[in-house]
Design a protein around this ligand. Structure first.
Ligand code: BGC
Length: 760
């Protein structure tokens, strides 16, 4: 088992004044408060487990049922704090956090601190690019920096847990929440999951500038049928284990001590009442000793799912399945005593849930440092510092993907006059993307501003059309660039300039939770706006802001250059200008396939083969009658640069390997162009003959490299059983003897290939 009692509780000097104003050092270096509280929670010199035991032994059933309750900012009252509520989320006012914490610490019987949580998904105040964008960087350090800064800013106001990272692998671009994760690949997703956990937690989330993380949504929430949020997921054991579980495992291994169970039912069993995933896999198989919180009202929603009869039944089933903490709904708090008396929940399980929550609170240092520095919490200088902004700008630049660049249309010349056109050109609001935390529109550098600041020529602006930020039922898709009335002005602006930047895409409301779209096209008449600008004959580039793969065939046909900027965050305009004017050479790669048409969905590079692979020239193959190819428009791993690269010399250090052995694969990346740039060396495997059909490709290594013109770098990847093997449908990891194909290149169509053989 992992790290029981990793937190050796920090003794007093650091803690002076943290419990109550005026606490003093007593003998032995401990604060008077701490000494006074020792009978309740055990002395700081005791192990976390001993202290948990001591506290637990004193708790009444009512207090235990409070401890497993998690309330929202809108729900919580002083009385809840007094009664010993376990957690509060979405509260970000440091004064109110402090008030509630003081009530818990001084007026509740056992003085157990409250764990405050928040959805810091891609920043708290310093908003970074959305996670799908960060994943496009193929550089986990981007996500790590985001998580580190987000955790620091969150912790500054008293938040000690963030509901992040979102690590749901998804092959479903209609689903609005694809934006929150790392795309379609479990290997890339695992690297980013671990990076975000480490970024936020460091080596010790008890430190004042760190937070506990909570990977979500456990599990397979990324595959809702029809793309509709919260909808059913039905999947095989091998898919569960090969595709959806790995990023969670990586997050847990990186130290995540809490996790959020999902809304959706998996094979008919809701995520927060799922004994198999919560207890059998997560807690028993993986040895997870932190706690599982439910998603928002997910416990009561099991009634609507049709697996619980009423609130009491829902609470009992969730707890007994392994859910430790109930968010928003109060089924356990309301019914727990009766459920216990009736034997429908066990004392042992309730104690286990409470034990897990207390353990994490001890590890988080909350008993020693329940309060935050109020002066710092309200000081604007604590947030969005110039260093934070610089990190966000770098991250955004590294996250952009150059999709198309005919005749080197990009970079643009910063000395020329530029017309910045489009509904997202002079926009701050949407640049933050969904889950903007405490980000503020006014903090955002718009594209118009960034281009103005980044060029020496004149910058003009025309909106062309507008997009709607309404929510249904007020939202009418006809309000998304539904009128061409502004096109003439846009065309005039283009004609008067030397070059045009066309900022198009989606609003931030079109992505995120409950934001499924039934089309992947650019909303409204934006394509017509592109065509109108193309007709001017002026050089131009389309810059896209969106949270999902879009169908871009029309865009690519009419625009000389297309830059996928996603939702870049607070430094959007500066980062876009950096890339457009060539200050930053784009090196991002797609973490998700972009289909030609919606009808191809789900389309993902790591699909299994079929008995009749797609051949559009042959009937009775797995093809579309009305498409000339089954390929995506842009494959996973794809992205261009202002320079060119060659990947060569794929080599393996051996041709056979034992099941427990290692193979080192190497490849050389050369910058064959004229400017410095970044490429991502990518290594894929395929097992051509296995007991169950294996994906045609699986990413098993990647590294982003920066190369000067003419420079080469040899990149090495060590492969072992975790790469050769796979989970079968009994849930067992197997390494089967036989041939493994290796592919190397700089996208998922990589064609350099070699094979090795795994021996019996
Ligand atoms: C979302 C979670 C989020 C929670 C708390 C839910 O609706 O699914 O991702 O953490 O709300 O805000």
């Amino acid at each position: 088992m992992r790290k029981i009692a990793i937190v050796t509780l920090v003794a007093a000097p650091l803690l002076v004044g943290s419990l109550t104003a005026g606490s003093v050092l007593a003998s032995g270096g401990r604060s008077a408060d701490e000494q006074a509280l020792a009978p309740l929670r055990g002395a700081a010199s005791r192990s976390v487990e001993q202290r948990v035991d001591r506290l637990l032994a004193q708790m009444t059933v009512k207090e235990k049922l409070q401890q497993v309750q998690l309330l929202s900012d809108g729900q919580v009252t002083d009385a809840d704090a007094r009664a010993g509520v376990g957690g509060v989320f979405s509260l970000t006012d440091p004064t109110r956090i402090d008030q509630l914490q003081r009530i818990a610490m001084t007026e509740s019987r056992l003085k157990i601190p409250i764990l405050f949580a928040y959805d810091t998904i891609h920043g708290y105040r310093t908003i970074f690019p959305v996670p799908l964008a960060a994943a496009s960087s193929f550089d986990p350090e981007v996500a790590k920096a985001d998580a580190r800064i987000g955790a620091r800013e969150s912790a500054t106001v008293g938040i000690k847990q963030i509901y992040s990272p979102m690590v749901d692998v998804s092959h479903e671009p209609r689903w609005g929440r694809i934006v929150e994760g790392n795309g379609e690949d479990p290997y890339l997703g695992s690297a980013f999951a671990a990076a975000r956990v480490k970024g936020a937690q460091g080596n010790d989330y008890g430190r004042p500038d760190r937070t506990l993380t909570s990977p979500k949504h456990f599990v397979a929430y990324g595959q809702p049928e029809g793309g509709r949020d919260y909808n059913t997921t039905d999947l095989s054991e091998q898919r569960l284990r090969n595709l959806y579980l790995p990023p969670f495992k990586a997050a847990i291994e990186a130290g995540a001590d809490s996790i959020m169970c999902s809304f959706n039912a998996i094979n008919g069993v809701p995520g927060c009442a799922n004994h198999y995933t919560e207890t059998d896999i997560l807690k028993k198989e993986w040895g997870f000793d932190g706690f599982i919180e439910s998603d928002y009202t997910a416990v009561t929603e099991t009634i609507a799912h049709g697996t619980a009869a009423d609130a009491a039944d829902a609470g009992a089933k969730a707890l007994m399945a392994g859910t430790d903490s109930e968010m928003v709904s109060t089924t356990l708090r309301d019914n727990g005593e009766q459920l216990l008396a009736d034997g429908r929940i066990s004392k042992r399980r309730l104690d286990d849930a409470v034990r897990r929550i207390l353990r994490v609170k001890f590890r988080a240092g909350l008993f020693e440092r329940p309060y935050v520095d109020q002066a710092k919490a309200v000081d604007p200088a604590s947030f969005l510092t110039s260093a934070d902004r610089a990190a966000a700008r770098t991250a955004a630049g590294r996250s952009m993907v150059l999709l198309h660049n005919e005749d080197q249309a990009l970079p643009l010349d910063p000395a020329k006059d530029t017309a910045v056109i489009g509904p997202l050109a002079d926009n701050q609001h949407d640049m933050l993307g969904p889950w903007w935390g405490r980000g503020q529109d006014a903090d955002v550098v718009s594209v118009r501003q960034g281009v103005t600041d980044g060029s020496t020529g004149t910058t003009t602006f025309a909106q062309g059309c507008t997009l709607s930020n309404e929510e249904p039922p007020d939202y009418d898709p006809a309000d998304d660039c539904g009128s061409a009335a502004g096109f003439a002005e846009a065309v005039a602006a283009a004609n008067a300039a030397d070059q045009v930047v066309l900022a198009l895409g989606e609003t931030r409301e079109m992505s995120g939770e409950a934001a499924t779209r039934s089309t992947l096209d650019l909303p409204g008449r934006q394509q017509e706006l592109i065509d109108a600008i193309a007709a001017t004959g002026k050089p131009f580039a389309v810059v896209l802001f969106n949270g999902r793969p879009l169908t871009l065939s029309g865009v690519v046909d009419s625009a000389p250059a297309v830059l996928e900027a996603w939702f870049p965050g607070v430094e959007a305009g500066n980062a876009v200008a950096d890339v457009l004017f060539g200050k930053v050479n784009p090196g991002g790669k797609l973490p998700v396939s972009f289909p030609q048409r919606l009808g191809q969905v789900p389309i993902y590079y790591n699909h299994e083969p079929t008995g009749r692979p797609c051949d559009v020239t042959q009937k009775y193959t797995s093809r579309y009658r009305d498409l000339r190819s089954c390929d995506p428009l842009f494959p996973f791993g794809f992205g261009l640069s202002y320079t060119t690269f060659e990947v060569s010399d794929l080599a393996l250090d051996r041709t056979t390997v034992s099941r427990k052995g290692e193979v080192v694969a190497s490849m050389t990346v050369t910058n064959t162009g004229d400017v410095a740039g970044d490429d991502v060396a990518q290594l894929y495997l395929h097992d051509p003959v296995a007991s169950i059909s294996q994906p045609v490709r699986r990413l098993r290594g990647f590294e982003r490299v920066t190369l000067e013109p003419g420079e080469s770098r040899t990149v090495r990847f060590t492969l072992d059983a975790s790469d050769f093997g796979f989970y079968d449908n009994r849930g067992e990891f197997v390494v089967e003897p036989g041939e493994i194909q290796v592919f190397a290149g700089d996208d998922s169509t990589a064609d350099l290939t070699k094979t090795f053989r795994v021996r019996r």
